[in-house]
Design a protein around this ligand. Structure first.
Ligand SMILES: C[S@@+](CC[C@H](N)C(=O)[O-])C[C@H]1O[C@@H](n2cnc3c(N)ncnc32)[C@H](O)[C@@H]1O
Length: 875
C-alpha cells in the first residue's frame, strides 16, 4: 500500500490509541477537514480532541441495530477491500456514511459497537434541498427546534460532525442553536477518556471573522433530484449532486447578505422548471441550467399582440389555428412546442429578458414576426463599461468571425440569413404536424446526397483528377457543369491508401492515382461553391483542410478514414502550448539567469565533450548528433515509467488534483511520478538554432497520418515511415490550465453531458515534489480537447506503447511548467500506429479523464486484467 499523507496517518494512529477504528475515523476526519477549512492545526490541537469528539458525536447520534449475519460477511469483505484500495473505500464511506467495525480484524476492531448504516432516506431533510455543510453549520439550524425534536435536525450527518465542544461554544449563536438540537446521549467511556481535563475546543473557522468556504457555499444549493422524482431520468448520475450557483434575480451576491436571505435560494429556478418540463421547455431550461447567468440566446414566441399589424395571409392562416382571444391563444399554444417559453422565462432567473430591457437585443425574426431571436445579457453580470451593441455592429462582427474561423468561401454567406432561416425553421417545425415535418426532413437528406454524389464526388472522382504535394492539378479538373458543387471541406483530399499501396509521397501527403476511389465521407462542413468560381487558389485553400495541422506545422499531416464516413471532430490546431487563463507560466527572458543557460557557448553545444550548462541540468547530453534520445537515457526513462519504484513516487500533503474534486471529500494524494527531464538550450544561450541540444523546440518532422482505427478506438496516429528508437515524434500540445480549471472544465462537460470522444489531459506534476505544497496557479496541466496538435489523436496502449512521454524544459526555469515530448521506445515500422501509455488506472473513475474500454490489445492490458479478474477481487 502506498504511503499516505503523514498527517492523516498520525490522526489515524491517535484515534487507534483510543480504540477507534480507521473505518470510523476516515469519514469523520474528512468532514472535519472540510469544516475546519483544511486547517490541520485545528484538527491536531489537543491530541485530536475535536476529531475524537466528532466521532463520538457521530456514534451517539446513531441507534444501534441488531447485527445481521450477512452484514458481518459484507463488512469483512469491505475491510479486506479497504486494505487494498483505501482511497476508493474512503469515498464509498463518505457517500454511504457507513461506519463498520469488525472484531475479526484487529486493524479496525477496537470497538464492539455495531453502528447501523445511516440511510439517506431516514435522515430528515435528506431528500429536501441540501445545502453544503457550511451553510448548515452557520445558517440552517432552526433555533426554534426543541431539544428533543430530532426531526428538526436538518441533516444528522453534518450535525454530528460538529464536535460537542464546538456546539456548546457560547460565542456562536447559530452553533448554540445547533447544540440544542443534539441528542443528549451520555458520553461513551472512550470519549470521556479523550475529553479528560480538556477545555472545549472552538475551531478557528468559527472564532475568526473569516467567511471561508461558506461564502461560496451560502449561495450554492444542491439541485434537488426533481427529475428523478418526476420520473425523468437525469442525463448523468454525477449531475444531480452537482452544486449550482443560484442567484436571486437582480440582486447581487454580497458577503454581508443577511442569513435570512439564504432561504430564497433553496429552490433554484432551474429545478422548478425541470419539474414541469415538456419537450419545448427543455431547450430554454437547458440553457438556464448550463449558463444560469450568462448571455443567453433565447428563441421567444410572440403572442398574437406582438405580431405586426400588417397582417398577411400567412399570418391569418395561422390565426385560425388558435382561439380568438389572445390569452386563450397563448394558453392553447402552451400545450404545443411553442408554448410559453417567454412565460417560463418570466418565472425565473432570466426574467430580465423582457424586450423592453436595455439588456436585450432583438436579432432576427421570421418574416411575419411570429418568432424572434434575441440576445439577453444578464444585468447581474454586466461589466461597468457595458453598452448594448447595435444589431448591425453585432452581425458584422459575427460575420467576420465566421468567415475567419470557418473559412467559408460562399460569397453570399450571411449570418443574418442563417438566423432568419432559424426563425423560419422554428416556426415551420412548431406549426407543422409532426408527420409533415418528418416527411420534409427525410426529403432533404437525399437531395443533399444527390448533390454530393453528382457534383463534388463525381467531379473529384473523375479521371484525370490528380493531386501532388497538396496542390490539386486544377487544369485537369473536369469543368462544364454549371451546378454548384457541394464541397465537403474536410474531405476534399482523403483517398484510399493502404499499407500495400504506393501512394504515400512527399510530406506524408497521399497522391491520388487515377481511378482510385474517393471515400464518401459524411460532410461535417459543407460550403456551396459555385463551380465556375473555383480558382486554383480556392482549390488550394480548400485542399489544406485535409491537412489536420491547417498549415500550422512545418509538415502536413493528412487524415484518412478507410472504415466509415466519420470526419475528425473540429478543434483548433495549435503548434505550441497556450495559456488558457490562470496558469502561472513566465516566459520572460529576465527569468532566466545567466548561470541557468549556456550563454557562453557558440555553434553546436554537442560538439563540446563536456555538457553545456543546459545539458548539465539533464546530467548529460540527452540527444545524439542525429537528434535521437540516447539509449541509456531513454531506457532509464522507460524503466521509471513502466516500473516506478517507491522512491520515484511523491505524495502531496495537500494534493492540487484532489483539492478541487469535491469539497465534501478529503481524498488522499494518489501519488506523482518523479521523472527525468531534458533541458534544451534556448534563446538566451549562445549556441545557434541548429544546436544538437535543441530538438523538441524545432517541432515535429515525422511523416504522420491521422487515421480511423479499425479496432474501435476512434482516430489514431500512425507513422508513414520507419522511425528509429529514440526519435522525437511530436509534442503533446494543448491549453495550459491549472488543475482547478481542468476540474471545472470537466464538471462543465459532465453538466453538458458532452458525448464527444474525450481527449487526455496531461498533468505537469513531475516536479511538484520540489515545491512541497503547490499553489493553485502553479499546479498545471495540458488539455488538448479544444486546442491541440496531432498528439491529441494518439491512442493509449497499456505498458508496452511505442512512444514515451519525456518532460522537456525549454524556455522557463520554473519546474512547474515544461513540455511533454513523445519519443519512440523502439524502432517503429512504417504504418504502425503510434501509442503511449496514458497511465490510466482503470479502477479509478474519479480521474480528470474518462475511463474507456481499452482496446489496446497489449498482453499487459490493465483493463483486460481488470475485466478478467474474479468478481470478489475486483470489488
Ligand atoms: C486522446 S484521445 C485519442 C484520439 C481518439 N481516439 C479520437 O478519436 O479522437 C483518447 C480517446 O481515444 C479513445 N482511446 C484511446 N486509446 C484507446 C484504447 N486503447 N482503447 C479504446 N479507446 C481508446 C478513448 O475514447 C479515449 O477517450
Amino acid at each position: 500500500m502506498p504511503p499516505r499523507n503523514p498527517r492523516i496517518l498520525k490522526a489515524l494512529h491517535a484515534m487507534k490509541a483510543l480504540g477507534i477504528s480507521e473505518a470510523k475515523v476516515k469519514p469523520v476526519l474528512k468532514k472535519l477537514y472540510k469544516l475546519y477549512d483544511k486547517n490541520w492545526d485545528l484538527i491536531e490541537q489537543e491530541n485530536y480532541r475535536a476529531l475524537a469528539d466528532a466521532i463520538f458525536e457521530e456514534e451517539d447520534a446513531k441507534v444501534p441495530e441488531e447485527p445481521h449475519a450477512d452484514d458481518d460477511l459484507e463488512e469483512e469483505a469491505e475491510v479486506h477491500n479497504e486494505t487494498q484500495q483505501p482511497l476508493k473505500r474512503l469515498r464509498k464511506r463518505g457517500q454511504e456514511m457507513q461506519i463498520c467495525s469488525s472484531p475479526s480484524n484487529p486493524e479496525i476492531g477496537g470497538t464492539p459497537l455495531k453502528i447501523p448504516k445511516l440511510e439517506k432516506n431516514n435522515l430528515p431533510g435528506a431528500d429536501s434541498m441540501q445545502m453544503s455543510p457550511n451553510i448548515r453549520k452557520s445558517e440552517s439550524f432552526p433555533s426554534s427546534a426543541s431539544a428533543q425534536d430530532h426531526t428538526k435536525i436538518p441533516d444528522k450527518q453534518h450535525l454530528a460532525l460538529i464536535p460537542s465542544a464546538v456546539q456548546g461554544s457560547t460565542n456562536s449563536a447559530q452553533l448554540g442553536a445547533a447544540d440544542r438540537t443534539m441528542p443528549s446521549n451520555p458520553l461513551s467511556p472512550q470519549r470521556q477518556q479523550a475529553n479528560k481535563g480538556k477545555e472545549p475546543l472552538i475551531p478557528q473557522a468559527v472564532c475568526k471573522e473569516k467567511r471561508p468556504i461558506s461564502i461560496r457555499s451560502s449561495h450554492g444549493v444542491h439541485i434537488k433530484d426533481t427529475a428523478a422524482e418526476s420520473g425523468t431520468p437525469l442525463p448523468c448520475a454525477k449531475e444531480k449532486d452537482m452544486l449550482f450557483l443560484i442567484t436571486p434575480k437582480d440582486e447581487p451576491i454580497t458577503d454581508d447578505m443577511p442569513l435570512s436571505g439564504v432561504a430564497r435560494y433553496d429552490v433554484p429556478c432551474a429545478v422548478v422548471q425541470s419539474a414541469s418540463s415538456s419537450k419545448g421547455d427543455s431547450v430554454v431550461q437547458d440553457a438556464m441550467i448550463r449558463e444560469p447567468r450568462a448571455c443567453n440566446l433565447v428563441t421567444r414566441d410572440v403572442s398574437r399582440d406582438d405580431v405586426p399589424s400588417s397582417s398577411s395571409e400567412g399570418r391569418d392562416v395561422r390565426r385560425d389555428d388558435v382561439p380568438a382571444s389572445s390569452s386563450e391563444g397563448r394558453d392553447a399554444r402552451r400545450d404545443g412546442i411553442l408554448a410559453s417559453s417567454s412565460d417560463r422565462v418570466v418565472n425565473c432567473d432570466l426574467a430580465a429578458m423582457s424586450g423592453d430591457s436595455p439588456t436585450s437585443l432583438e436579432i432576427a425574426t421570421s418574416p411575419l414576426g411570429e418568432v424572434k431571436i434575441s440576445l439577453t445579457c444578464d444585468s447581474l453580470l454586466r461589466r461597468p463599461n457595458f453598452h448594448m451593441p447595435s444589431q448591425d455592429e453585432l452581425l458584422k462582427t459575427v460575420q467576420e468571425k465566421c468567415l475567419r474561423s470557418y473559412k467559408i468561401v460562399d460569397p453570399n454567406f450571411s449570418v443574418m440569413r442563417i438566423l432568419k432561416d432559424m426563425c423560419e425553421c422554428f416556426l415551420e417545425l412548431a406549426t407543422d404536424s409532426s408527420h409533415e415535418s418528418q416527411e420534409r426532413l427525410f426529403n432533404v437528406t437525399p437531395a443533399l446526397d444527390l448533390l454530393k454524389k453528382s457534383t463534388a464526388h463525381s467531379s473529384l472522382h473523375a479521371p484525370g483528377f490528380k493531386e501532388h504535394n497538396g496542390l490539386a492539378d486544377v487544369n485537369r479538373y473536369p469543368g462544364g457543369s454549371k451546378f454548384p458543387v457541394l464541397m465537403p471541406l474536410q474531405t476534399l483530399c482523403p483517398m484510399k491508401a493502404t499499407p500495400s499501396s504506393k501512394e504515400v509521397t512527399v510530406n506524408g501527403i497521399g497522391e491520388i492515382d487515377e481511378g482510385k476511389d474517393l471515400i464518401d465521407h459524411q460532410m461535417n462542413s459543407l460550403v456551396i461553391v459555385p463551380q465556375c468560381q473555383l480558382t486554383p487558389e480556392d482549390f488550394r485553400s480548400l485542399y489544406t483542410f485535409s491537412d489536420i495541422t491547417k498549415g500550422e506545422e512545418k509538415i502536413q499531416i493528412p487524415w484518412l478514414n478507410e472504415i466509415n464516413n466519420e470526419c475528425p471532430l473540429p478543434f483548433y490546431y495549435i503548434p505550441q502550448n497556450l495559456i488558457f487563463q490562470n496558469a502561472c507560466v513566465r516566459f520572460s527572458l529576465s527569468q532566466i539567469r545567466t548561470e541557468e543557460c549556456c550563454s557562453t557557448c557558440s555553434g553546436d553545444c554537442l560538439i563540446s565533450p563536456s555538457p553545456c550548462v543546459c545539458a548539465g541540468e539533464t546530467g548529460q547530453y540527452a540527444y545524439t548528433p542525429e537528434g535521437l534520445v540516447k539509449e541509456d537515457f531513454l531506457e532509464e526513462c522507460i524503466s521509471m515509467t513502466r516500473n516506478p519504484q517507491q522512491q520515484s513516487l511523491f505524495y502531496c500533503e495537500d494534493c492540487p488534483l484532489e483539492r478541487w474534486k469535491n469539497e465534501e471529500m478529503m481524498e488522499l494524494c494518489k501519488g506523482h511520478l518523479k521523472r527525468k527531464y531534458i533541458k534544451e538550450c534556448w534563446f538566451k544561450c549562445g549556441c545557434h538554432k541548429q544546436c544538437g541540444n535543441r530538438v523538441v523546440q524545432r517541432g515535429t518532422n515525422c511523416k504522420l497520418q491521422v487515421f480511423f482505427t479499425p479496432e474501435g478506438k476512434g482516430w489514431g496516429v500512425r507513422t508513414l515511415e520507419k522511425l528509429p528508437k529514440g526519435t522525437f515524434v511530436c509534442e503533446y500540445v494543448g491549453e495550459i490550465l491549472t488543475s482547478k480549471e481542468l476540474y471545472e472544465r470537466k464538471m462543465q462537460m459532465v453538466k453538458n453531458t458532452a458525448t464527444e470522444l474525450h481527449t487526455y489531459p496531461v498533468i505537469l506534476d513531475s516536479y511538484w515534489w520540489l515545491k512541497g505544497v503547490m499553489k493553485d496557479e502553479e499546479a498545471l496541466c495540458l488539455d488538448s480537447k479544444f486546442h491541440g496538435n496531432v498528439a491529441r489523436f494518439i491512442n493509449h496502449r497499456c505498458l508496452d506503447a511505442n512512444l514515451i512521454e519525456i518532460p522537456v524544459k525549454i524556455e522557463t526555469p520554473d519546474h512547474h511548467y515544461y513540455h511533454i515530448a513523445f519519443f519512440t521506445t523502439r524502432e517503429v515500422d512504417a504504418w504502425e500506429e503510434l501509442t503511449w501509455d496514458y497511465g490510466i488506472d482503470f479502477d479509478d473513475n474519479d480521474q480528470p479523464v474518462e475511463i474507456f474500454q481499452c482496446q489496446c490489445s497489449s498482453k499487459f492490458c490493465r483493463n483486460m486484467r481488470r475485466s478478467n479478474r474474479p468478481k470478489s477481487a475486483s470489488k
